[in-house]
Design a protein around this ligand. Sequence first.
Ligand code: ZN
Length: 322
Amino acid sequence: MDDREELRADLDAWIGREGDPQLARDPVNPAMIRHWCDAVGDYNPVYTDPDFAAKSVHGALVAPPAMLQAWTMRGLRPPEDASARPAPFTEVMRLLDAAGYTSVVATNCRQEYRRYLREGDLLSVTTRVAAVSDEKKTALGVGRFVDEEMIYRDAAGEEVARMTFRLLKFKPPVSRADAQAKAPAAAAPARRRPRPAQSRDNAFFWEGVAAGELRIQRCAGCKVLRHPPGPMCPHCHSLDWDTVTASGRGHVYSYVVAHHPPVPPFSYPNAIALIELDEGTRLVSNLVGIDPGDIAIGLRVRVEFTRVDEDLVLPLFRPDPF
Ligand code: ZN
């Protein structure tokens, strides 16, 4: 049996087996519901207003269905429970890590709800690995898809919801950053920046950039400016629009400086800013001509049309005055 067949057999031994049920720490309760609703901005009063809920079809407060996972979630590194049997999911992850599939990305999540959850419901969840694919080639690297299935039950053992979760465990390609650090002279041929996605909605913007102008879409009905461009005015729903040419001046509304992981062809630290133009709209761009440590919210900036390669000009921003 070669390594691959051996891994397949080891994985198959865990597939279909349910782990021990995990009991929620707290029953469904209004405090957690309020926090969740605040966090996601869901203000349906049937979740938070007892009087409203009493008069609704539910007759009492219910929990947002999409909050399902919150009831049994144990955090990234829950305390070890030495008595717990190895959970099939943990074992499958361990086998895949050991085989070199050390990176992970979630690729799909599907939830099915049997009924609304009410205050006092105490959930438990059992997890099983439904499937692990053979090795696939993906844009991220070679990997295997893992289908995890969670069944949520109430205190009476009735299924209330089910979630299927698909993730990809993959072998990280040899890091370009590592390769470059070891042999800067032998670095891979320079990669070009990704091309901006262009569509009929935003073609005017890129035509403006090519002409050395920063153009902003303006509703022809109510004259409100908008960015990013779109076909319909969110204020008056007009489909008619024209553009205005921005002064190119504005300020840093917010920003982030990315240090890791370095992704070619960008240079690091990479200062990415949300620029609020003096005209009022905001756009995301890079800051240039400034030490990342000197960037501050409110910093005055001015657009600079920078040719980054033979057929790409981007509007970047530089401290103003400079
Ligand atoms: Zn409008």
